[in-house]
Design a protein. Structure first.
Ligand code: FDA
Length: 539
């Protein structure tokens, strides 16, 4: 009699916790909580790890990592529970109980999934939120670091810069993006022409597979290690941490911004840029942003191309280089600023150039509603095509829209297409990400903004990659196709899969079939296994 009484204790604590919060639950929910509470074993842990609906902290924990308010409306499906593990055993327990009681698991690191897939599902689900898995260990002597998946890129860059100003990591520009999702999809930023993607610089990982086994590179094998570096999150397992190779940067880099609007020949300069930017030395990063801005004529709008970049070197070298190769830009000293690499993270992240402590602040920038789509461009777009693109930014829906166009080339040309799942390497002049944004208050009108982004995407068809029309998985776009919640055939997933991964999709399916044949880890765009056993049985 003693054992059952003892084993019920933690569950009774959860019952008390739930009754205090007024939650009403059905059987599977109780079963899940019972399962988890038995495994977590004490009240203080339970109260820090399990957040069920109506728990006073539930909404703040849920919203803390929602970076697209399109998915924080009353109508957005909510998880029945959010689990915020403090240690690996909690992650394994969550996995075990979700499997046992039939809840879908959505893994969340930074919560920047553009389609909200890390915190929204149409079927009953729980969120495994890695917000307590944020440790970072930097080893400057060996030029490596271990970073847990829940850490943000800002926290990673900050931790590196706290030890040295001549090492960095080539990942994304937004400081609140999480390592977990970002590395799982590739990840590029200001250093990618020099060193490749974040995923290209991962040398080991710690992952829990569907059977609860804790694996490292050696024990997971090279196929799985290949797949988790770019094959998309929530697919092969729960990645707890990544070992990354740090890369050298000079103590001083030079950043610059040149704005050109339609009246200042923006179209012609951007047209010319396409022929030059991808061939410039790999020490140079150059990105163009297209946005609507106020015109010099009062009350009028125009479209601006913002040429923003960074040289791993000094200002004189930068000006000489641009004057030689791209004089049309008219780069002058007043457009440039020398700084440390960590300060350049503030510059590209749209943060005030003051204390780098802001990199630790997840709420430093406002959160909006958004829809993103992406393309890869392999041939220069004719001037008339750019004119049409620019004119779409004068439309009403584009008040808060941006096309972000980073030049490719450099190291990206040297890495074979099948080296990692991310296939968009040699032959691309640039990627184009189109993002349309609106406020949370305008969510009722989201349809008009989303239609605008679809019209823009359709307009770009003649100018971008074809067969497949390639897209970047980290700018997830459910318009490209989705899985069914239960069985998804290879053919169905191929519709979106080849766009993100080209021929690497086939290998990703093979790896998935081996490591998660029952397709436990899944979402609307996760790699499906080949015919699952449960499908064979006719379920
Ligand atoms: P989130 O936690 O939402 O996860 C994304 C996906 O990965 C989900 O499917 C999730 O389930 C899964 N996942 C998360 N953690 C996992 C784990 N530990 N194990 C397994 N699966 C996991 N990209 C880029 O390359 N360069 C850039 O500069 C930017 N900038 C940028 C700015 C802004 C404002 C946004 C919204 C997005 C970007 N991105 C980007 C895209 C970004 O890289 C992409 O959305 C990442 O997947 C986000 O990773 P998070 O961990 O933040 O997201």
């Amino acid at each position: 009699m003693k054992f059952p009484q003892f084993s019920m204790l933690p569950f009774l604590m959860v019952v008390v916790m739930l009754s205090l919060s007024g939650t009403t639950l059905s059987h599977p929910h109780w079963d899940f909580l019972h399962c988890l509470s038995l495994r977590l074993a004490n009240y203080s842990t339970i109260s820090k790890v399990i957040y069920v609906q109506n728990n006073p902290s539930y909404s703040s924990v849920l919203n803390a990592s929602i970076h697209n308010t399109r998915f924080s409306t009353p109508a957005t499906p909510k998880p029945f529970a959010i689990i915020t593990p403090l240690k690996t055993s909690h992650v394994r327990s969550t996995l075990y109980c979700s499997k046992k009681h039939g809840f879908q698991l959505r893994i969340r690191s930074g919560g920047h999934d553009v389609e909200g897939l890390s915190y929204v599902s149409e079927v009953p689900f729980v969120i495994l939120d890695l917000l307590n898995f944020r440790a970072i260990k930097v080893d400057t002597k060996n030029e490596v670091a271990w970073v847990q998946s829940g850490a943000t890129l800002g926290e990673l860059y900050y931790a590196i810069a706290a030890k040295t100003n001549t090492l960095a990591f080539p990942a994304g520009m937004c400081h609140t993006v999480g390592a977990g999702g970002h590395f799982s999809g590739g990840g590029y930023g200001t250093l990618f022409r020099k060193y490749g993607l974040a995923a290209d610089n991962i040398i080991d990982a710690r992952m829990i597979d569907v059977n609860g086994r804790i694996l490292d590179r050696k024990s997971m094998g090279e196929d799985v290690f290949w797949a988790i570096r770019g094959g998309g999150g929530n697919t092969f397992g729960i990645v707890l941490a990544w070992k990354i190779k740090l890369v050298p940067v000079p103590a001083v880099v030079t950043v610059f911004t040149v704005n050109k609007n339609l009246e200042q020949n923006a179209t012609k300069i951007l047209h010319r840029w396409q022929y030059i930017a991808h061939k410039l030395p790999d020490d140079l990063f150059m990105n163009v942003w297209i946005t609507k801005v106020n015109s010099s004529q009062v009350g009028m709008k125009t479209v601006q191309a913002t040429f923003r970049g960074m040289l791993l070197g000094g200002v004189d070298e930068l000006i000489a280089l641009i004057q030689d190769k791209f004089p049309e830009l008219g780069l002058a000293e007043e457009n440039c600023n020398e700084m440390s690499w960590i300060e350049s993270v503030l510059y590209f992240g749209g943060l005030p150039l003051q204390s780098v402590d802001i990199l630790l602040d997840k709420n430093a920038l406002p959160t909006l509603s958004l829809k993103a789509k992406s393309d890869y461009v392999k041939e220069p777009i004719p001037e008339s095509g750019i004119e049409g693109l620019m004119s779409m930014f004068l439309e009403e829906e584009a008040d808060n829209a941006v096309a972000m166009i980073p030049a490719f080339g450099g190291k990206m040309d040297d890495i074979p297409e099948n080296e990692l799942p991310y296939p968009h390497r040699a032959g691309n002049l640039f990627e184009a990400t189109y993002i349309v944004q609106w406020t949370k208050e305008e969510n009722a009108e989201s349809g008009k903004y989303i239609s605008w982004s679809r019209r823009l995407y359709s307009y770009m068809t003649p100018y971008v990659s074809k067969s497949p029309r390639e897209a970047y998985v980290n700018y997830r776009d459910l318009d490209l196709g989705i899985n069914n919640n239960d069985y998804t055939s290879y053919e169905q997933a191929s519709i979106w899969g080849f766009k993100y991964f080209k021929n690497n999709f086939k290998r990703l399916v093979q790896v998935k079939t081996k490591v998660d044949p029952m397709n436990f880890f899944r979402n609307e765009q996760s790699i499906p296994p080949l015919l699952s056993p449960w499908k064979k049985k006719g379920n």
